[in-house]
Each structure stands twice: as C-alpha cells, then as structure tokens.
Design a protein around this ligand. Structure first.
Ligand SMILES: [Zn+2]
Length: 135
C-alpha cells in the first residue's frame, strides 16, 4: 500500500492538484449530476461530461502558473459575490439605525447614523465634505 501512495505522490508532483476553482467545479458537477436524473438529454450529458473533463484537466495540468491565474480570478469573483450579500445583509440589519448615502465626489458608499435633518458629512475615502438630508 505504501508503494501505491508513493507512486501517486510522484505522479502528482509538479501538477496543479485540487484548488478552490476545482472544488467549485466539482460541486457544480454534482449539481448537474442530480439534475441529470430528471433531465434526459444528450446536450445536458455532454455539458456534464465536459465539466468532468475540465476538472480532470485542471487537476492534472502541469501549467501551474495559468491554473493559479484562473483560480485567482475565481477567488476574486467569489469574494465580490460574497461581499455583495454581506453588504446587503448588513444594510437590512441596520435599516432602522443607519442610512446609506453615496459620496458626491468619489461615489463611495457611506454608512451614517439615521438622525433626521440636514448634516455635513466628510467622506473617509476622499476627505471631501458635503451636505446630506436624512429623512
Ligand atoms: Zn468620497
């Protein structure tokens, strides 16, 4: 048994292996497999097969530089999507105590206390002051 793992280790040396994008593709592949129980179509089967091929290709690829670039792009997109949901969750949570406004100079989103009336706000990003009316 030791020789078997050693041989696999030697085979995988210098290869990309499993990264975050591969894990996501695998989960997507599993979801497609579940859907394929209900949908019997050749096109669907080919899409599923191409995903499996892509996972195997990315795992065994020796072009680690390119695979890590793809992985970084995926991580960037994943982070953007996660941040979108976190931001909206916080916005809903704080809707009674805080108000969200946009900076008139740099368009940054600012979170200010919900005190009714006219206020002067300084943007922490661009340091410009502007007046806002909170209702
Ligand atoms: Zn600003």
């Amino acid at each position: 048994m030791y020789g078997f793992f050693y041989r696999i280790q030697r085979f995988m040396a210098g290869r990309n292996g499993v990264d975050k994008l591969n894990r996501f593709l695998f989960v997507f592949y599993i979801v497609l497999s579940v859907f394929s129980i209900f949908i019997h179509s050749l096109v669907f089967y080919l899409i599923q097969l191409s995903f499996a091929g892509l996972i195997v290709f990315r795992t065994l690829s020796k072009n680690i530089y390119r695979r890590s670039k793809e992985n970084l792009l995926y991580i960037k997109c994943e982070t953007a999507v996660k941040n979108f949901f976190i931001r909206n969750k916080n916005r809903i949570r704080d809707r009674k105590t805080h108000s969200y406004i946009k900076c008139k100079h740099c368009k940054a989103k600012l979170r200010v206390k919900r005190n009714k009336g006219k206020h002067t706000v300084r943007c922490p990003k661009c340091r410009q002051e502007f007046s806002v009316t909170i209702r």
